[in-house]
Design a protein around this ligand. Structure first.
Ligand code: SF4
Length: 306
């Protein structure tokens, strides 16, 4: 259905839109996060790394244009393409004045061969004014906005110090939908104390919202994070690769066919990873997901809710 895959990949979707391989360039916009600067909290989400969950971006002290140039040089060694998406990844990329946001986003759009814009943020950092700016950008480029929901379970959300409630997420999704802005929701599999059923409930909930895309991460325990300390003091069950694959396939089955799958694994820095070490072999994880779907004779959306 989606070339050789049994799920709706981002690669497939972007090729359909742009006619060739599209490459994402990870940018650090130099923002901070209300969950770290004291506005909501000082310590951030329990799993957040030192660089605000964006460990592969360029130097934040450099201009957006310079970062784009450097990222293009790095990526061109791996892929040949002239179609790029500027991905504002680190921290909260709508946590600034509209004026500053406008300046940075337009700087990226004015760089050569930038065909789209991806903005990672929090639902409590998009108000009407910012949504209007996003709506304006949406008329000029291929835009999507990423929101880190991780789970719908409030108990887990408190444990991981997400710092906003589910109804704030719902309101933000509604606001972005009203403006016809594509939304991508991040989910984490393997959060402490969550059962398989709870993880699938989160995916089912998101599927019903008709979001544009979903990013699935295996929980990574990284050095120098509060999660590492929590794990040390309260060792919780880490999913095996087989368990993860089974859960991811169950999640894909409940996600509607039109939802674009942006990621199916975690992406932490190798040198910082404490657990689970099997995630380092990303290709094996992805190929085992393919195999499991084929063995089940299954595909994305097979068990999707109405
Ligand atoms: S919202 Fe993002 S940047 Fe902020 S603390 Fe959580 S993971 Fe880190």
């Amino acid at each position: 259905m989606w070339n050789d895959k049994n799920y709706h990949t981002l690669d497939f979707e972007l090729k359909k839109n742009f006619g060739e391989k599209t490459i994402k360039l990870s940018i650090d916009g130099g923002f901070t996060c209300p969950n770290r600067d004291g506005t909501i909290g000082n310590k951030g989400c329990i799993f957040c790394s030192e660089r605000g969950s964006g460990d592969f971006t360029s130097d934040r002290t450099k201009s957006i244009s310079q970062q784009i140039l450097e990222q293009k040089q790095i990526m061109s060694k791996k892929w040949k393409s002239n179609t790029y998406i500027a991905y504002f990844q680190n921290y909260t990329n709508t946590y600034d004045s509209v004026e500053n946001l406008r300046k940075k986003f337009y700087e990226s759009l004015n760089c050569e061969h930038i065909c789209g814009l991806a903005i990672a943020t929090r639902p409590d950092c998009i108000n009407e004014e910012i949504a209007d700016l996003l709506s304006e950008l949406n008329t000029k480029t291929f835009l999507w906005v990423e929101l880190g929901l991780q789970t719908i379970n409030e108990k887990t959300a408190n444990l991981i110090r997400r710092g906003y409630k589910l109804n704030q997420f719902n309101n933000c999704i509604e606001l972005l939908k009203k403006k016809n802005i594509r939304t991508v929701v991040h989910l984490i599999v393997g959060l402490p104390g969550e059962s398989k059923e709870q993880m699938i409930d989160t995916a089912t909930y998101v599927s019903k919202l008709n979001v544009w895309g979903v990013k699935i991460h295996m929980l990574h325990i990284l050095k120098n994070t509060d999660l590492a300390e929590y794990y040390n003091n309260n060792p919780f069950k880490i999913l095996s690769q087989e368990e993860y694959i089974e859960i991811v396939c169950d999640i894909l089955e409940v996600l509607k066919e039109n939802i674009v799958i942006h990621r199916l694994t975690g992406d932490g820095k190798k040198s910082d990873l404490i657990e689970p070490l099997w995630t380092l072999n990303k290709l094996k994880v992805l190929s085992d997901i393919d195999k499991e779907l084929k063995t089940r004779e299954s595909y994305q959306g097979k068990n999707s809710p109405l």
